[in-house]
Design a protein around this ligand. Structure first.
Ligand code: HEC
Ligand code: HEC
Length: 194
């Protein structure tokens, strides 16, 4: 009985803390970064849902790998899409209609709307911070944790050019939404053996 009371108290405490964090995020003027109902979904497949939208794949896959939308919450995608004129130093501006269609695709397939395991892991990692989600996948706590063991001599190989944003330079099946660590073959080096 004591254990039961204790676990209930712990659960209430955790929920309160969690709601506190969610409240802090909701204070931001963009209301779309709420965590949504993702916690209630059952985790299904590993990886993330692959890209299914050809307009997105063409427009956002010309300079770099077309990142699957489940790698960021809609809050981040909104921010990326409203700042395309100065996109990480490049101009990636689109006409209003194309921009609207791509924004819709990205935000409806964002991490908090996906039950793929990696999307959920990203949401958990964001939930644990009280800062708004970053613009970059590579700046999410989950990403940083998964890649912290990669030495600079690998990151600075020519095919990677110091940029961990080049997912497909190492994850051979990134375009299928698969980031399994047993499928990593680093371009210019070879398979990754942990
Ligand atoms: C004109 C080239 C260009 C186009 C087109 C482009 N991007 Fe980028 N994008 C960049 C550059 C450059 C970076 C920064 C790469 C780096 O330094 O790591 C970047 C980075 C990103 C990142 C952060 C990657 C990370 O996690 O570090 C996201 C997300 C992104 N782009 C989304 C998009 C979306 C969505 C579109 C389509 C609307 C798009 N990009 C179109 C050039 C482009
Ligand atoms: C320099 C090569 C490299 C690049 C670029 C890279 N990764 Fe990774 N990634 C790795 C390695 C190596 C691991 C496994 C780390 C370990 O075993 O500790 C990993 C692990 C992961 C994992 C966890 C896999 C698992 O089975 O637990 C995910 C998810 C992931 N990466 C996604 C990405 C995404 C998304 C990008 C692009 C934004 C990216 N990675 C860019 C090398 C890379």
């Amino acid at each position: 009985m004591k254990t039961l009371i204790f676990s209930t108290a712990a659960l209430v405490l955790i929920s309160t803390l969690y709601l506190g964090i969610q409240g802090a995020w909701s204070n931001n003027d963009d209301p779309s970064h709420g965590l949504g109902k993702w916690q209630n979904m059952k985790a299904r497949s590993t990886g993330v849902a692959p890209v299914t939208n050809t307009l997105y794949a063409e427009e956002c896959g010309s300079c770099h790998f077309a990142y699957p939308p489940g790698l960021l919450p809609s809050f981040s995608w909104q921010k990326v899409m409203t700042g395309l004129a100065d996109h990480f130093g490049d101009n990636a501006e689109l006409d209003a209609q194309t921009k609207q269609q791509i924004t819709k695709y990205l935000t409806t397939h964002a991490a908090e709307s996906s039950n793929y395991r990696r999307s959920r892991a990203i949401m958990y990692s964001l939930q644990a911070t009280d800062t708004p989600p970053p613009l970059r996948i590579t700046d999410t706590p989950y990403f940083k944790r998964e890649h912290r063991e990669i030495p600079n001599r690998i990151i600075n190989l020519p095919k990677i050019g110091g940029k961990l944003s080049r997912c497909n330079a190492c994850h051979q099946r990134a375009d299928k939404g698969s980031f399994n660590e047993h499928e990593i073959v680093i371009k210019g080096l070879g398979p990754w053996n942990d």
